[in-house]
Ligand binder design. Structure first.
Ligand code: 8YV
Length: 313
């Protein structure tokens, strides 16, 4: 009898094949109820595999009495109640290291897309307007622009390294000064925003960082400033962001993540000042394979009673 697991978010076919070979996989889709997905299997589910944004709702943990492992296909743990997991003696694993470069690349991609107006240029050429109608408005120069980073962990530092190649002076804020050579530490986020032309959010989500990017921070970034978010939507006060973009008190925003995914406020969707992505900073073939491989290895170790490769708890 194969152990039974619950898959809350699809993974790459190559990875799902490996899961199917080792386990009876109950696949949940948002359109179904969990009761329908699980049938009479709830009591037999010993592990859940899920995405960083999807996590595991408390109500799902509550109906799985035999749960022993939550394997997150990502690095964010904010959508899993770690206190409850600890109480229940449920292990939680993530996929550290393998997605850092992709997320940093996405941050740079959003910066270039937003400031150089790449989506507008693409639409103009595709529509056959070149030579017939005036082209998109001029972009803004990226090289040399001052960059502020909120959250100088692995992803933040990978963004800083890339920014170096663009000749961008980098400052950052974090819970403490990390004494990083070449990057200025500015403890106060509003002061960092005031000092920056582009502010990139690379901080973890969760209660501690909720709405850190407030109206005041957006005001400090200013009409000539740009916000990039490749971390979690919850870090930014999305209503304040929408208002600032509408009022023109913020220059623009490049967003891969949102407060209530997959719902994106209409004002952000229709704004000429935004470039938007559907939470896909780690979504490359190479990285999703590497992430999936870690999920597979964590599951295998758990069911073999071995040390977990990349545990959080
Ligand atoms: C993924 C993420 O898109 O790492 C995370 O926490 O949110 C992203 O890398 C996600 O985990 C896949 O659903």
């Amino acid at each position: 009898m194969k152990p039974e697991i619950l898959l809350l978010e699809p993974m790459m076919p190559e990875i799902e094949q490996q899961l199917d070979a080792a386990y009876t996989v109950h696949r949940h889709t948002p359109s179904a109820t969990l009761a329908a997905t699980l049938g009479d299997a709830a009591g037999r589910i010993r592990a859940v595999a899920t995405g960083g944004g999807t996590g595991v709702p408390d109500a799902v943990m509550d109906i799985l009495p035999a749960l022993g492992l939550i394997a997150i296909n990502g690095i964010g743990t904010d959508a899993v109640n770690l206190d409850l997991a600890r109480q229940r003696k449920v292990h939680v694993t993530t996929t550290p290291g393998v997605l850092t470069d992709d997320v940093a690349d996405m941050a740079m991609g959003l910066i270039l897309s937003l400031l150089r107006g790449l989506p507008a240029g693409d639409r103009y050429v595709r529509a056959g307007e070149w030579g017939k109608a005036p082209g998109p408005t001029l972009g803004r120069k990226v090289s040399g622009r001052k960059l502020g980073i909120l959250g100088m962990g692995h992803v933040g530092q990978a963004i800083a390294r890339r920014a170096g190649a663009f000749g961008m002076p980098v400052a950052y804020t974090d819970l403490r000064d990390l004494n990083l050579e070449g990057y200025r530490f500015i403890p106060d986020l509003a002061a960092l925003a005031a000092d920056s032309s582009i502010l990139v959010v690379a901080a973890s989500g969760g209660a501690g960082s909720r709405h850190l990017v407030s109206r005041q921070v957006l005001d400090a970034l200013g009409a000539d400033g740009f916000l990039i978010n490749v971390a979690r939507g919850s870090v930014v006060d999305e209503q304040a962001l929408s208002s600032a973009l509408e009022a023109g008190t913020l220059g623009g925003a490049g967003l891969d993540v949102f407060e209530h995914e997959p719902v994106v406020p209409e004002s952000l969707r229709t704004s000429p000042r935004t470039v938007l992505q559907p939470h896909r900073a780690s979504a490359t073939v190479e990285t999703r394979l590497a992430m999936g491989d870690l999920v597979v290895r964590n599951l295998a170790a758990y069911f073999a009673g071995q040390t977990l490769p990349t545990p959080v708890i």
